[in-house]
Write a protein that binds this ligand. Structure first.
Ligand SMILES: *Cc1c(COP(=O)(O)O)cnc(C)c1O
Length: 393
């Protein structure tokens, strides 16, 4: 059988990245030096925000936002079940309760109308509130603290109405922009909506640092706290062995920051290339009636392609197609498996199949295809032809 051997994702690195990392290794300064400052400055410049705080993963960044928002045990946070698990896990780290609401079927982003209704009902309490809460694990009276939307697959969530709901009720808004660096919502960069935004740099993201993340915010007090928390809770003025807060080691090392700094210089080039690969896919796959290509909302004025996820018609066995693609040397992944159906969430909150039907439907029908900025048109052609053959067989 023909083996295509196409990777699921791939970083896009040049000599400039290799030299920048090697240069750090010729200095004695491997953590909290000039490179992280330069990497952070690249973000404040590009996004036009006041503060950027480099951390060692997107998850760490989201966790610091949860801490900065003052979210603690029993607090409620409205978020989406159609995401990578980290966006819900950071709430569980603080024993807060993620209150899931379903998503928009076109984009997979949290439905702002449902968020508005959930917020009003949760703040009212009683019977109205209970309708939104999980079957168990959320007993007693808990305050609603925040909304945590996710910019799914590189497309901003419908952020304007979410921001309005947050403002109306005095809730914090944490934007998980880990999949959407460079995207724009109505001309505004993703990551800047609400109180804090977070980006991530795992090797399959638009830019990579190996492992890493970046928080962006205009909130000076929160930025100071998050800088302290990433560095073992050391506040300004603390010595190396003085710790004002319970903190973490969420520091981003200098080698990673140097890599990220060069990748940031190349961001537009990388996004252009990803956009070209997505266009090659869509051109070919739009001819297949069994396949729905990714759809953009009118509010998405700039897409930042993270993954390329197609949806199969309901009568098609997505898992069979994924298996056969693998046999041809083409990796493909269901994207996402709904968060509320992950075993530890089922156990803790009693979620059941059917609780979030749109999310579950997208979870059953979606398949992420190999995707990166270094993918060639020939590789895209092979993937699409193989899909066409499998679907027709
Ligand atoms: C990648 C990602 C994160 C963070 O991932 P890390 O691996 O911790 O950097 C968070 N949320 C979403 C939606 C992501 O895709």
């Amino acid at each position: 059988m023909h083996q295509a051997d196409i990777p699921m994702s791939s970083p896009d690195l040049t000599e400039a990245e290799r030299q920048a990392v090697a240069a750090v290794l010729r200095t004695p300064n491997l953590s909290m030096g000039g490179e992280i400052q330069a990497f952070e400055a690249a973000f404040t410049r590009r996004l036009g925000c006041k503060h950027a705080i480099g951390v060692n993963s997107g998850t760490a960044g989201l966790h610091l936002c949860v801490r900065a928002a003052g979210i603690s045990a029993g607090d409620l946070v409205i978020t989406t079940p159609f995401s990578f698990v980290a966006s819900a896990n950071v709430l569980l780290y603080e024993n807060a309760v993620p209150v899931f609401v379903d998503v928009d079927p076109l984009t997979g982003s949290i439905d702002p109308g449902l968020v508005q209704r959930a917020a009003a009902d949760l703040l009212q309490g009683g019977k109205a509130a209970r309708a939104w809460l999980p079957r168990r694990g959320a007993q007693g009276r808990h305050p609603l603290k925040a909304i945590l939307p996710v910019d799914v697959f590189g497309q901003p969530a419908d952020l304007a109405p979410l921001e309005a709901t947050a403002r109306q009720h005095g809730l914090k808004l944490i934007e998980d922009a880990c999949e959407a660096l460079g995207a724009e919502y109505q001309g505004q960069p993703a990551g800047l909506f609400g109180d804090y935004g977070v980006f991530a740099f795992y090797p399959n993201k638009q830019i990579t640092t190996g492992e890493g993340g970046m928080i962006v915010t205009d909130d000076e007090t929160a930025a100071g706290l998050m800088r302290a928390l990433r560095n073992q809770g050391r506040a300004p003025g603390d010595t190396w062995l003085q710790h004002t807060h319970l903190g973490y080691n969420y520091r981003l090392d200098e080698m990673s920051a140097a890599l990220g700094r060069v990748q940031m210089d190349r961001l537009d080039e990388l996004l252009e290339k990803r956009s070209q690969v997505a266009a090659w896919y869509s051109e070919r796959l739009e001819e297949l009636p069994e396949v729905q290509t990714p759809q953009l909302a009118p509010t998405t004025t700039r897409m930042s392609w993270f993954v390329y996820v197609i949806r199969f018609a309901p009568d098609i066995d997505r898992d069979r197609i994924a298996r056969e693609l693998h046999q041809h040397g083409i990796p493909a992944r269901p994207y996402f498996i709904p968060i509320h159906l992950q075993p530890y969430l089922v156990e803790r909150f009693g979620y059941q199949e059917g609780d979030f039907p749109v999310t579950e439907d997208l979870g059953r029908r979606g398949l992420a295809l190999p995707f990166s900025s270094v993918m060639t048109e020939e590789q895209v052609e092979i993937v699409c032809q193989t899909i066409a053959e499998i679907v027709r067989s």
